[in-house]
Design a protein around this ligand. Structure first.
Ligand SMILES: N[C@@H](CCC(=O)N[C@@H](CS)C(=O)NCC(=O)O)C(=O)O
Length: 239
């Protein structure tokens, strides 16, 4: 079987550099009691950013123990928690693992009594989930493209790199065409913003992503307003 090389993750993890003392922990939500949650994540500002925003909005961020992990190394503790060896993986207070972002976000949202990121009204919920589906798919395609880009010369597939890139571009265009009617704040928005911010991060820090802004003014101005939220400000400050 062909061996797939691990993407490189820097030895000094961004997450380890975070000084968590003094960070704003609870922003909006309220919870009844303290719980201990363990989060396996890659510290490359990707999937973890969405978990961070959801956790900050829920007032749970300071209750997460962060475990920086390279899932491609299949470390024993991650594999014991999640046989997929994927991040994010959250281990609950009672030791039960929650597999993958979508389950983790909804679980965290269930733990607080503040404004919900998964709307309860059916029409709003479907709108949030519809956008969430598109944005998560876009992010997965972008992430897989970067994984492919990091493979050694001769192992990279131009077919997959192009295919993922086209999917991302089409999703961005679709979101641009819908951005004018975005209302409120829900999990779909968190997923879209997480993807756009990660594209910026990849572009500035790794040169792995083109600028998504040209021709997408609505999305750009929507994101500019969204990141004024305290959760985004606190996450940016802590990075
Ligand atoms: N949509 C999933 C995707 C998770 C995902 O693909 N995570 C990547 C982060 S690089 C991973 O762990 N990849 C390891 C692998 O695919 O083996 C989620 O949100 O949980």
């Amino acid at each position: 079987m062909m061996k797939v090389s691990s993407p490189r993750i820097p030895a000094v993890y961004i997450g380890e550099q975070r000084k968590r003392n003094g960070q704003i922990a609870a922003i909006c939500g309220t919870i009844n009691s303290r719980i201990a949650l363990k989060l396996y994540y890659t510290p490359l500002a990707g999937y973890v950013h969405r978990v961070e925003i959801v956790a900050r909005e829920a007032g749970l961020w300071d209750q997460l123990t962060l475990v920086p992990t390279n899932p491609f190394d299949s470390p024993d503790d991650l594999v014991a928690a999640n046989p997929l060896s994927k991040v994010p993986t959250l281990v609950r207070d009672d030791g039960v693992p929650m597999f993958g972002g979508p389950v983790i976000y909804e679980y965290l949202d269930s733990l607080h009594s503040g404004p919900k990121m998964y709307p309860q009204n059916a029409a709003d919920r479907w709108e949030a989930l519809r956008l969430f589906g598109l944005a998560e798919g876009m992010f997965d395609a972008a992430d897989l493209r970067v994984v492919e880009l990091r493979r050694p010369k001769g192992e990279k597939s131009a077919f997959w790199i192009d295919r993922y890139q086209h999917a991302v571009d089409r999703c961005l265009d679709r979101l641009e065409s819908e951005a004018q009617s975005f209302t409120g704040f829900h999990i779909g928005h968190i997923s879209i913003a997480g993807a756009l911010l990660w594209f910026d991060w990849q572009r500035h820090n790794r040169g792995n992503h083109a600028d998504w802004r040209p021709g997408r003014k609505m999305l750009d101005s929507w994101l500019g307003a969204l990141v004024e939220r305290p959760s985004y400000q606190a996450a940016a400050k802590a990075a």
